[in-house]
Ligand binder design. Structure first.
Ligand SMILES: *Cc1c(COP(=O)(O)O)cnc(C)c1O
Length: 374
């Protein structure tokens, strides 16, 4: 069994993928070819915003978004410590300070009730993460941000295709940033990412920043990056968009089925709590794309080993909260962020992709039941 099965998906689309790659090889516009704009229009339309700007990765999308807001030295950006390194890393790379707000124990996303206390005179942006494919409580976060006239950047690297109160992730705040890393819900065949916004000036800034700060050929009003989306990756993503809505539906359904099967065997959802094995809780406001299907278990290493012995791969997203990463030197491991610390020590992710069969899920569930003594 594979943790993420990209082969089955490729079997559905291989001819179209090869044809679209070949078209790029024939026209030869490898940098900023016509597929870029075609994809950007398609993705902006899917998300329901005016602008999509293709970028070279999700990490570069976060970096470019903060550069467009002119965030730099001495500034503070509020995010959560329970995320992939890139979220905090890009804040620090710009010379700003990541300020961590603890997560909600049920959704694992930024706790809006703890947000206001973290805002200071130096705060320049708020960056919630849609962890595991479920959006944060964006209305609550946006409301706090508006009171303080702060922009919100959604780190939607794991939630492309998800929705919150009927609106799509990436279109829920000033700027939405996503990743098309191969293993993400919408994955390219290499690194790729994008920013989304309704703000014309920010979109223009992002287009300049991804191309060395250039507004017209060899004229550079600002500092930028080489962070353009690759034309071949755009061509591949255009093919994958053809089956993506169906895959979003499958991800949501298969996530719910894992939870149903596990809870029938004695696991408990995080909103109820109290059980030895906790299954994810998808808030009724949300449709999750389950970028990861993640449990909390006691003795995680033992569970991972037992599943591994049965040929079931697992992963840990993420074992060390950012505040505890040596690079940030925050100095108070766990003390200020008890929920993140506790969850990071207990989470384990199961195989998850749109092509899981009922038999595969049954096998995984049996193995979890056995390994945890449910
Ligand atoms: C994957 C990921 C990123 C980075 O995306 P890349 O395309 O790998 O650069 C950023 N934030 C989160 C939460 C992620 O999961």
């Amino acid at each position: 069994m594979q943790f993420i099965d990209l082969k089955t998906q490729y079997g559905r689309i291989d001819r179209e993928v090869k044809a679209r790659i070949e078209a790029v090889l024939e026209h030869g516009q490898f940098i900023m070819g016509p597929e870029i704009q075609e994809l950007e229009e398609r993705l902006a339309d899917f998300v329901g915003v005016r602008h999509c700007v293709g970028l070279s990765s999700g990490t570069d999308a976060l970096l470019a978004a903060m550069m467009a807001l002119e965030i730099g030295r001495g500034d503070e950006v509020i995010t959560t410590p329970f995320t992939f390194i890139a979220t905090g890393e890009m804040i620090a790379l710009l010379g700003a300070r990541p300020v961590f707000v603890d997560i909600d124990p049920v959704t694992y996303n930024m706790d809006p009730d703890k947000l206001e206390d973290a805002i200071t005179g130096r705060t320049r942006a708020i960056m919630p993460v849609a962890l595991y494919g479920q959006c944060a409580d964006m209305d609550a976060i946006n409301a706090v941000a508006e009171r303080h006239r702060l922009p919100v950047i959604e780190d939607a690297a794991q939630s492309f295709g998800a929705s919150y109160r009927g609106r799509r992730s990436c279109g829920l705040s000033r700027i939405g940033c996503t990743s098309f890393f191969p293993a993400k819900p919408l994955g390219a065949y290499g690194d790729a990412g994008a920013c989304f916004t309704d703000d014309d000036a920010i979109a223009q800034a992002l287009r300049e920043i991804r191309n060395h700060g250039q507004d017209r050929r060899y004229h550079h009003p600002r500092l930028g990056l080489n962070a353009r989306l690759d034309t071949i990756q755009a061509a591949i993503l255009l093919v994958k968009m053809g089956i993506f809505p169906e895959e979003v539906e499958a991800r949501s359904r298969l996530g719910a089925r894992y939870t149903e099967l596990l809870n029938a065997r004695g696991a408990v959802s995080t909103d109820v709590g109290g059980g030895s094995v906790l299954t994810p809780f998808v808030h009724p406001d949300n449709l999750s794309v389950h970028a990861q299907y993640t449990l909390q278990v006691p003795s995680r290493d033992e569970v991972a080993e037992k599943l591994g012995q049965q040929g079931i791969p697992t992963a840990v997203h993420y074992p060390i909260p950012l505040n505890d990463q040596p690079v940030f030197h925050v100095g108070l491991p766990g003390a200020e962020w008890p929920v993140s610390a506790s969850v990071a020590s207990r989470v384990i992710s199961l195989p998850m992709h749109p092509y899981l069969t009922e038999e595969m899920q049954q096998r995984v569930v049996e193995a979890v039941v056995e390994a945890t003594g449910l």
